[in-house]
Every structure is written in C-alpha cells, then in structure tokens.
Write a protein that binds this ligand. Structure first.
Ligand SMILES: O=C(O)[C@H]1O[C@H](OP(=O)(O)OP(=O)(O)OC[C@H]2O[C@@H](n3ccc(=O)[nH]c3=O)[C@H](O)[C@@H]2O)[C@H](O)[C@@H](O)[C@@H]1O
Length: 431
C-alpha cells in the first residue's frame, strides 16, 4: 500500500479492557518522510499494537483483580502455629475454601480432634462476604488461621508448602452454584479448573507430596436417569457448566494421579445444607424470603413432575470428609516424579432419601410458623436437573460413611442458627 493512503487511526483515550493496561500501550508514533504520487511530505504514522486477549482461566469480575498481602516473620509464625499438629499421629492439613460453608465445618472438626489446620480463602463476593468473615472469626477463636489468597497464586501456595510440610490438602475452594454459571462462566473456569490445576502443580512438586481430598459434585451425573446414582454410572452428560467444570476436575485428578503419583479422592457432595450455610442455596433464601413475606419460586418438571434433591446435612458431610482423609493413602511421588501407583478414588456423599422441593418448603413453613407464598414455576433450562439420589454403598464400605440426619432434623438446626445469626446482635454462635 502507498504510504500516502495509510489511515491514521485514533482511539478513544479512555478505552481499555477490564482493568488491563490500555490496548495501545506498545503502540508507536512515527514521523516519516514520504514520497509518492509526485509529492514529498512528512507523514505522521500511528502504529496501533492491538492484542486480543481471551483468557479462559480468568475470572472477569472485579474480584480476580484483588491482590493479597502475605509473608514476613509474624505471618509465617501464624501459619506454622495454625498448622501445628497437637494429637499423636495427627495430620497437618491445608484446607482451601476454609471460610466457605463446608470448609469452615471441616476445619473446625479437624482442629477439634488435634490435627493442624491452615485455612486458605479468597473471600470473594459471590455471596455476602460478611458471612465468610463471621466464619473466619469463629475459626480464629479455635486457633485456625485463614491465609487470604487465591488458589491461582502459585507463589503463595509454594511459600505455604515451604513453611509447612502438609500431609494432606482438603481442597474445598471452588465456584459453587449451578445457575450462576450462566451469568459468570469465567469464574467457574478460573476456580474449578485453572485454580485446581494450579494447586495440583504445587502439590506434585512438594516434598513430601500431600494426599488430596477434594469436592466434586452430584451435578456430574447430569442427565443420567438411572437412580440411585452410583459412582459407576455415566457422568459424561453435564447439564451445567458448573457440572462440566467439576467433571473436568475429576479427569484432571486422574491425570495428576497417573503422571505424578498424587493420592486423590474426589467427593461428590449432594446438596449440602445446615447452619452457616450458603445464602445462594434454595433452603437458605427460601427461609429469608418466607420470613419477609416474599414469594418463592418452586420449580417443577414437565407435566407437573416432581423436582427433588437428596439433601445432605453438613455434619454427615463432615464425617465423610474426615473418613476420606483418614483412609487416604500417601502420595507416591517426590520432586515431581512418580515412583509407583497411587490411590485414586471418587465417592458419593449423599443422604439416600430424596425430598421434593415442595416438601422442603412445607418443613420450613412449620419451623418458621409462617405460610410461604408459593410460586410454582417450570424448571428453568439453566442447569438444574430434576432429581438426585445417591447410592452411598461404596463410601459406606470404604469410609465408614453413614448419614444419620433427616431433612426435618437438619432444617430445624439450620433455622435455629438462622434466627439467632440474623437477629440484631447475633452472628456469634458456634459451629
Ligand atoms: O449437589 C450438588 O452437587 C450441588 O448442590 C447444590 O445445587 P442444587 O441441588 O441445585 O441446590 P439449590 O440451588 O439449593 O436447589 C435445591 C433445589 O431447589 C430447586 N430450586 C432452586 C431455586 C429456586 O428458586 N427454586 C427451586 O425450586 C432446585 O431446582 C433444586 O431442586 C449446590 O448449590 C451446588 O453447589 C452443589 O454442587
């Protein structure tokens, strides 16, 4: 192209992408003597260097841009103290997602029995971070320190393994929720795939390598219609991106077990509920909205088909998690190299008795002594499946897992906690 015909492109000086530096950062302005068409003149040339960034591992919300401060002698001391084992033959466990619902309960239970526990959490704002801070305060009182950081931060994870020789990792940090995946798909890839790989990379290089127990999900059964769901059933038809990222995690676990000899146990949780639960889950926001007199959407399948869940109480899940840690064999690798076959397991942790969502609402009505404004709606096509039901015989055999809490009993405990926590001056009850 003749120099004279070049177009000068001007960009709006304010234009940039999600907090990244301006696109023309590396662009250049050239002043050049040009000849052509019988004329000679000075030409001003702006060469715009545009990069198109498609970062699939990147959570595009504000929270991924947060930075955390860590390090220093007093920080290391807190890390070491928290992870210190007090019981003979106790473990030293790194719990990721420790300010989350399951993470808080598991951390508290491990600490109670004398294991060393170091928490890890990024305190993101997927739901009210003040609830996470209240859980953190609770753990703090029992001697569990939560390091603030993202599992994608390899420098921080590496540092933690330099300070403490963790025997186990209980990996519960994740982007949860089935329906939110339609709104923010990137956050699922960021936490459940990129974050998991980041953690496994550090674990495989650690010396000694820890054994890892991590949270998968009942949602991996997706469109499977064979009930109850057994670990042998197909899991290649996820109905949501959330489910797909959890299934991807199971395949990634296989790879790290196969190549590096990491001992890995995945736990497929079935709709876990209870005190200190997650406000994005139906039982939680139904309670809130019933009390406010707001109508609640109750999903039903085609032809008035029942939508039901195998709701599982948190204390039962905690026992399953501890059972998985206690039966986890050592990883076999060292320095990033495998030296023999290592354990690889996946278990259902459910309750084995599915309850229709409308029955869940009836129980809440009785406990709250308030009539719900029910708004029956067709199950939206955004990732929800109609029915879940766990076959737990494998977990029963291998982990001694035996759930004992029915939905009525568990919701009673939840409601008691909820009313206490949200009353003026509440927020301090124990786990
Ligand atoms: O078992 C699991 O693997 C999953 O359990 C829950 O997912 P879900 O069972 O969808 O839990 P809720 O969002 O609390 O929904 C419970 C039931 O209420 C129904 N629902 C939900 C929301 C609503 O507005 N109305 C309604 O009827 C859902 O269809 C579902 O049947 C968790 O949110 C996931 O993180 C977890 O991985």
């Amino acid at each position: 192209m003749d120099a004279d015909n070049r177009r000068l492109i001007l960009l709006d000086g304010k234009y940039n992408v999600s907090g990244q530096p301006p696109l023309w950062d590396r662009s250049s302005l050239l002043l050049r003597w040009s000849r052509g068409g019988g004329q000679s003149r000075w030409v001003v040339e702006l060469i715009v260097n545009v990069e198109l960034r498609l970062e699939y591992g990147q959570d595009t919300t504000r929270r991924s841009l947060r930075t955390f401060s860590w390090g220093g002698p007093s920080w290391e001391k807190r890390v070491r103290n928290s992870a210190k084992v007090r019981a003979s033959n106790g473990f030293s466990v790194l719990v990721t997602g420790a300010a989350g619902f399951v993470g808080t309960h598991v951390s508290a239970a491990l600490k109670r029995r004398g294991d060393g526990v170091l928490g890890f959490d990024n305190f993101n704002d997927y739901y009210d971070p003040s609830l996470k801070r209240a859980r953190q305060a609770l753990l703090e009182r029992s001697g569990v320190f939560i390091v603030e950081g993202d599992i994608n931060d390899q420098a921080l994870l590496k540092k933690l393994f330099e300070v403490v020789a963790f025997t186990h990792v209980m990996h519960l940090a994740a982007q949860a929720g089935v329906r939110y995946a339609m709104q923010n798909p990137g956050s699922y890839v960021h936490s459940n795939i990129a974050g998991f790989v980041s953690l496994l990379e550090i674990c495989k290089s650690a010396n000694p390598q820890p054994a890892i127990v991590w949270a998968s999900s009942s949602s991996v059964y997706g469109l499977n219609t064979k009930v109850p769901f057994s670990e042998k059933d197909r899991t290649d038809q996820p109905a949501s991106l959330y489910a797909a990222t959890k299934k991807a995690g199971e395949e990634i676990a296989h790879t790290y077990n196969h190549i590096y000899g990491l001992s890995l146990t995945g736990l497929r949780f079935f709709t876990v509920y209870g005190p200190w639960g997650r406000p994005d889950m139906a039982y939680f926001f139904f309670t809130k909205d019933i009390l406010k007199g707001k109508s609640i959407p109750i999903f039903e399948a085609a032809n008035h088909g029942t939508v039901a869940r195998d709701f599982t109480y948190i204390d039962d899940i905690v026992k399953g998690c501890l059972g998985a840690l206690d039966t986890a064999e050592k990883s076999t690798g060292s320095g990033g190299k495998k030296s023999g076959a290592a354990q690889l397991r996946v278990f259902n942790l459910g309750n084995t008795s599915p309850v229709p969502v409308s029955d869940l609402v009836s129980i809440l009505e009785r406990l709250l002594k308030v009539k719900a404004k029910r708004m029956v709606m067709k199950l939206p096509r955004n990732g929800d499946v109609q029915y879940t039901h766990a076959n737990i015989s494998y977990a029963q055999r291998e982990l001694g897992y035996k759930p004992t809490t029915d939905l009525q009993t568990g919701l009673k405990k939840f409601v008691r906690w909820y009313l206490n926590y949200y009353k003026p001056g509440g927020k301090k009850s124990a786990v």
